[in-house]
Design a protein around this ligand. Sequence first.
Ligand code: ASP
Length: 420
Amino acid sequence: MRRNDHASHLLPAIAVGIICGVIVGGWAPDIGTAVQFLGEAFLRALFLMVVPLVMSSIIVGVSSLGDVRALGTLGGRTVAFFAGTTMIAVIVGLVLVLIVRPGETAIMGKSVIEHERNDVNARLDDRPQTLGALLRTIVLGLIPDNVFAAMAKAEVLPLIVFSLVFGGILTTMGERGRVVLMFVEGVNEAIMAMVHLLMWTAPIGIGALLAGRLGEAGGFSGFWPQVMPLSAYVLTVLFALGLHGLIILPLLLRVVARVNSWRYLRAIAPALLTAFSTSSSSATLPLTIERVIDGGGVSRRVAGFVLPLGATINMNGTALYEAIAAVFIAQTYGVEIGLGHAVVIALTATLAAIGAAGIPEAGLVTMVIVLKAVDLPIEGISLILIVDWLLDRCRTAVNVWGDAVGAAAIDRLEGRTGSA
Ligand code: ASP
């Protein structure tokens, strides 16, 4: 962590924000919902930064690579690291859910299931429902047909592709290319400074978002009855997320990036707590980039490339969650999961996590693919819908942590020493 990293001093203020948010939302739900707009303002401001920051970071990053072949190595390492950690996450989830078997102990009110079913069907209607359709969506989603439309919709993946090519071309254009590049560098610095300013509002924004969501759930008295019938499932997911986020990823950080995990975690914590409060890796991206560079000491070049890509395709928490949720649904329907099924679930959960957008509850929707692959009824999603808002924020924090660990590891592999 850098000496002049004032932002990490924000951590106690964010902790106070969280405590206040939980107390207000839990015991005075009306006040919680009344202050929610402060959280939404924070969320909007974060989203505002995403497009200019992603595009300028990638263009600046690519242009500083020097040789275009370096992009191949960087890209290859990034994708390999992300694929590896995602598979590990899925295996952690699968092993735990097969040992704990939460689906066999869950006491589910049938009324809850009936109540949520229509909601599920409404959400799933226009989504890709087969593996082939998902692959098609992923591939076509890489190529924007209109860059301004992609910017307007904040579609990060096509913007990454555009910016990579644009930045690469600029480096071949001599003096005129350098002029454009200097402009983009200026934009990048200005947006980073804006993100830095925005961080000071994080304690209020995070607290208000939590107060608002708890308020919406009816405070603690409305929240516990939702969670209790599914407590075995919720605890299995939380335990698996904890295992992956607090043991496996820090170990990788230590071994591959040779970084002090605790200090790095502290430096990134404001972004992780923002992920927890917003349930969106994409919205958190500006803070993740700021923290990983300014707090974690990762180079701009690597962070600017790895993190936008990570926010869209690397979702450790989501992959782990999808595997657990699919097996949980199978268990509640009395379907035995053998080795063959487990392998199919592992592969499809990985794909479903890659295909999930970095927005709230996206993982729930792509889970259709996992369920279909093992012939489980997609209505099974209705069993877990009611607690998804809670698990979503936890898995989003692990998603962002996985990206941050990836950035430090790739930075080390690219020959730099992380300074956290
Ligand atoms: N909300 C998650 C994210 O933004 C995606 C998911 O639903 O799992 O990372």
